[in-house]
Design a protein around this ligand. Structure first.
Ligand code: CAO
Length: 485
């Protein structure tokens, strides 16, 4: 390594010296050798590239095979990230507190004595080891894991990792190639020390203030954009850091703040904030209702976030079924077939309706007319009728309908998994499909299920060392204190 670094610095000096020479001379001298060098470089790159696999697609391992993850995550944001990496083939070793484990194992329990769905659905394809990270022998095992792994992922409260003694400096000294990836609630700034859960992030990242109806309170959304959204962001950061490490040989810190992740998903709302300076937001239905805009992007109700007006409309059965609704978009290019379908062919040419600007002030009345039509059919019948004319619509699918949808089962987006203590359950599989890295979903680990396997086969501790570590109490819950008589 040191020799290589020396050679490199010599080259840099040479290049700098050359740049001081008059441009013409340098160009003349450099043309031929430079061209030769480029050819050499290209052929070197070609020979450095792995030979193309001749195995069938999907049969030559997985994208992240060989990547080892020390998974120090809990609850939802971090586990979402490491579960994705596991689906892409990484060996994810989840470190959990002895006796307790990830707190979600025991939250929202539906089968007594079994890990909750909250836990199982976020921790597939992982191995579990129990370690008391504050015990000296626990620290010894963690040190070995740090040396062994490529990435440490954590989403503890700010400062918790440092309090365990696992500072960036400590980790980096022990394993300079390690990538340390963290989810925190906020980035550096006034709130950096705060603990944060999903809805805190939705509220501080701009989602809640722009969700809900204008005349109602801010709303949080069911999509876990703070937790799962940030986990997704972190996974991309980790994969990018691994890619960069191929070139630099060193690890780096990757930080995703939940506030930042939510804001990234609310990008269009910050767009609208700036558009307010240029006048009212004409695609919002409040514009058509002559309701003045305030200083900030308002809540949009069911208005579409893009330039195409949309709204949620009732369908047949709405009186009894809370999900008998459809999202209807009056996209300009399909305005004519919409008019024909709903029985208003005159609107195609009537100047009051024929153009998008003419329609904007009376959107709610237009949607009321379309709803008269959608109410005559079920949401799926409306979808069929509209799709025949390329009119985009979105039936409101309930979780029951999604769970029963056979096409989602066929693609592995909804998967049935068997679990030794809770039996069969449904989960969401890998939503990212790759043709040469096929994901299989395997059940989540029981607490500490792989402790022995990891100590012996992965970290190669001798039997006597394993006995010493075990006897120290570093891998088991502390004995219960006897009650005073
Ligand atoms: N051995 C010993 N101690 C362990 C341990 C182990 N294996 N695993 C965790 N601990 C300890 C931590 O070191 C910490 O101790 P200190 O407070 O003494 O440093 C303690 O357990 C609690 O950790 P925590 O503060 O992270 O957990 P919490 O339940 O109090 O807070 C949360 C949870 C999510 C609010 C907080 O972790 C957080 O803000 N994380 C970052 C943001 C985030 O990811 N939020 C989304 C969570 S999903 O909704």
């Amino acid at each position: 390594m040191a020799k290589k670094a020396k050679k490199k610095s010599k080259k840099v000096v040479k290049a700098k010296a050359a740049s001081r020479k008059p441009a013409k001379k340098v160009a003349k001298k450099a043309t031929k050798p430079a061209a030769k060098k480029a050819v050499k470089k290209a052929s070197a790159a070609k020979s450095a590239a792995p030979k193309m696999s001749n195995k069938p697609y999907g049969k030559d391992g997985k994208a992240l095979d060989g990547v080892k993850i020390l998974d120090f995550t809990h609850v939802q944001s971090g586990p979402t990230c490491t579960q994705l990496l596991a689906w892409f083939g990484a060996d994810v070793i989840k470190v959990e507190r002895p006796g307790v484990g990830d707190i979600t194992r025991g939250q929202l329990v539906d089968v007594k004595g079994a890990d909750s769905l909250y836990f199982t659905m976020l921790n597939h394809n992982k191995r579990s080891i129990t370690i008391d990270s504050k015990h000296p022998q626990g620290k010894r095992v963690l040190d070995e894991l740090i040396k062994h792994c490529d990435v440490l992922v954590e989403n503890f409260a700010p400062g918790a990792l440092d309090r365990m003694g696992l500072t960036w400096e400590y980790i980096h000294k022990m394993n300079p190639r390690m990538i340390v990836a963290s989810v925190k609630g906020f980035g550096p700034g006034p709130y950096e020390d705060c603990k944060v859960y999903e809805n805190v992030a939705q509220c501080t990242g701009g989602s809640a203030s722009t969700t809900g109806f204008r005349d109602g309170p801010p709303l949080v959304t069911g999509a876990q954009i703070g937790d799962s959204g940030t986990g997704l962001h972190l996974a991309l950061g980790i994969v990018s850091a691994l890619y960069q490490r191929n070139r630099t040989g060193r690890g780096q810190k990757v930080l995703c703040a939940m506030q930042d992740g939510v804001l990234n998903l609310c990008r269009v709302k910050l767009r609208d904030q700036q558009r307010l300076k240029a006048g009212p937001l004409r695609e919002f239905s409040q514009f058509g209702q002559n309701i003045p805009f305030g200083e900030a992007t308002p809540r949009a109700g069911n208005d579409s976030g893009g330039g195409q007006p949309g709204w949620i409309l009732k369908c047949k059965g709405w009186e009894n079924d809370p999900n008998a609704y459809i999202y209807f978009i009056t996209q300009a290019p399909v305005w004519e077939p919409i008019c024909d379908l709903i029985g208003e062919p005159g609107w195609k040419t009537d100047p009051e309706y024929a153009t998008p600007p003419a329609r904007l002030p009376k959107l709610m009345a237009i949607f009321a007319r379309i709803e008269e039509w959608t109410k005559t059919m079920t949401k799926l019948e409306v979808m069929e009728a509209c799709n025949a004319h390329d009119i985009p619509v979105g039936p409101i699918l309930s979780m029951k309908e999604i769970a029963e949808d056979q096409s989602l089962r066929a693609t592995g987006t909804v998967v049935e998994v068997d679990h030794p203590t809770r039996g069969k359950y449904l989960t969401v599989g890998n939503p990212i499909k790759m043709s040469d890295s096929i994901s299989e979903v395997t059940r989540s680990p029981l607490l500490g299920e792989h402790t022995d396997e990891i100590l012996s086969s992965v970290l190669k501790f001798k039997a006597s060392e394993i006995a010493e570590i075990k006897n120290s109490g570093a891998l088991t819950p502390p004995p219960k204190k006897e009650k005073a008589a």
